[in-house]
Design a protein around this ligand. Sequence first.
Ligand code: PLP
Length: 469
Amino acid sequence: MTSQNPAANFVKQEVWEKDRDHFVHPWTDFSTFKESGSMVFQQADGVSVQDADGKRYLDGIGGLWCVNIGYGRDEIAEAVAEQIRAIPYFSTFGHHTTAPAARLAAKLAELAPGDLNHVFYGCGGSVANDTAVRLIHFYFNQLGKTSKKQIISRIDGYHGSTYMAMSITGVQFDHIGFDVERQLVHHISCPNPYRRPEEQSLEAFCDEKVQELEDKILELGPDNVAAFFAEPIMGAGGVIVPPPGYHQKTLAVCRKYDVLYVSDEVVTAFGRLGHMFASEDEFGIVPDIITCAKGLTSGYLPLGATIFSDRIYDVISKPQADGALFTHGFTYSGHPVSCAAGLKNIEIMEREGICDHVQDVGAYFEQRLHELKALPIIGDVRGRKFMMCLESVADKTTKELIAPEAKIGNRIADECQQRGLIVRPLAHMNILSPTLILSRQDVDFVVETLRESIEAATESLKVDGYLPR
Ligand code: PLP
């Protein structure tokens, strides 16, 4: 579809070509990209985005699980412009600071659970996790426990794309064709209740997964294990909600062996599950470190944070070797403009009661999406509030998957897009992580559009011989 306006068509073509020829996109198959190029977005407001032809789509993925307060917030634009005029940047190395960086750190300390009162800033989630690793190693070095270095995480956990964060990531697909650090990181299995043996109770399944963590610590030697990384709900690995009690029990194992617990809340924080942080409010744990990004500024500007406990801060602030420092940090750590956006974002969330809204409309979203389980190819609907996933299967009883080359996730996403809804395909799954300001009417639109799209995709699978007629 092209616009009626020739000037707009020219701009669209110009952007499309420059993008195709020069912008190396993240997470992209370049063999097909060279042919198809990108869909160009140029406008957004509220829960929706518009493409270069002016077609509107309800954004069912919240940018990338991040535009929590929705698009078009003038207040953020103003706070950002005001900060740029006042002081756009100054180094925070050593003894310099700016008001937004200090105020946001205090606000995060107030919102974070327990004694997590100390904030280290970076520009995103991967860096927040890398910072956690460096911080943990420094912490144990300071304590003289210099052998405590090993990191444990889970298959299907996603922790980012820098070298270390990708090594901690356990999604096997993400490692294809790349190298990762294998000496320092160890993966235990994914606590995915949908894929547990049919005869096994949820409780037994949970205990087995917790035991696996303890066994791994004992295998590596508690004196060598530094930390366990876990998302409260695994996001990019397929929105896996662990069985009840899993986080509390794994935290208890970590405490037993002096292993630090890092809760990766890059997706789950700032309202997505109806709380500012999900670790304690949704899952009843106070970890040693929380990493966050995304919803911290609702994606308006890049910002990430590693929030850690008094206990860790006390240790890292003890005098060390003469003249030595905590030699970690980035030019943009505590960037005042990003921090100003973060502060305004949290102010808006609190003033508008976004978490209460998510508790209410997010519960409705969950309930309505579960209706789609009645469709013949939807094997599982899972997640909580505004973090949801649909898993398609060829056979609901055996849970056998549809042939990967059928690309069922893409088929459903394409059908949705034609009908004005963006959802994220992930192999045989589709992920939903919309803005948190969705109304009940928006939820109805999403669910009905998904229903029609899944039905159309199912038909196409039959036509192409992937499913029996
Ligand atoms: N951790 C989790 C749980 C994530 O979902 C992501 C990104 O999706 C990251 C870390 C990495 O964050 P970023 O892409 O901002 O580096």
